[in-house]
Design a protein around this ligand. Structure first.
Ligand SMILES: *[C@@H]1O[C@H](CO)[C@@H](O)[C@H](O)[C@H]1NC(C)=O
Length: 184
């Protein structure tokens, strides 16, 4: 009987180890990516850059330019990639301004913060409640958006996640500041 070839034995051991390593990696990727949490998408700050209001009962109006910062907080061990989208500012059920979000990613276990500008105007708003709010000096706004992104590891394992932004704030028209910024 011929002696067993030791090379053959090493090759088999090598393959077994490789299979185990691949299986372990797959399980690890699975744990990291497939069980990932939905990132948080929020406004982290909003300041007034420019503001003009027409304080009249017959034709009240506003124009407000804001400097804002949005934050994408990624709690996962893999990066979160997100595409271009918009952040919509609402007043009295009407869209009054839209900010832009450019495609980007939030690295693992980190928060991506990006500044953007947005101009709001009252063109689409009915005058009735607007006149009352401008007289009171306080304008309540809500802000909404969503990121249809995914958590991705080594371009192999992907998991879709859609964090939604839902914020509210008050623009103090007299002091020209944003107050009471709150996000869910
Ligand atoms: C609008 O006018 C009223 C009354 O004159 C005043 O109390 C209010 O502060 C004014 N609003 C703004 C935003 O200037």
């Amino acid at each position: 009987m011929a002696k067993k070839n030791p090379c053959k034995r090493y090759a088999i051991i090598g393959i077994v180890i490789l299979v185990c390593v691949c299986a372990a990696l797959t399980v690890a990727l699975d744990l990291i990516v497939l069980r990932s949490k939905t990132p948080k998408f929020r406004l982290s700050s909003v300041t007034v850059n420019d503001l003009s209001v027409t304080n009249s009962t017959t034709s009240p109006s506003f124009y407000i330019s804001l400097d804002a910062v949005y934050a994408v907080k990624n709690p996962n061990f893999a990066p979160f990639h997100y595409p271009d989208t918009y952040i919509t500012f609402w007043y009295g059920g009407k869209r009054v301004g839209v900010g832009r979000v450019n495609e980007d990613k939030a690295k693992a276990l980190s928060t991506k913060e990006v500044g953007f500008k947005v101009s709001l105007n009252s063109r689409a708003v009915s005058t009735k409640n607007l006149g009352r709010d401008i007289r009171s000096g306080m304008l309540g706004l809500s802000v909404g958006s969503e990121l249809r992104g995914h958590v991705e590891m080594l371009e192999v394992v992907k998991k879709n996640k859609t964090p939604e932004m839902s914020c509210a704030m008050v623009v103090n028209l007299v002091d020209e500041v944003v107050q009471d910024l709150k996000c869910d």
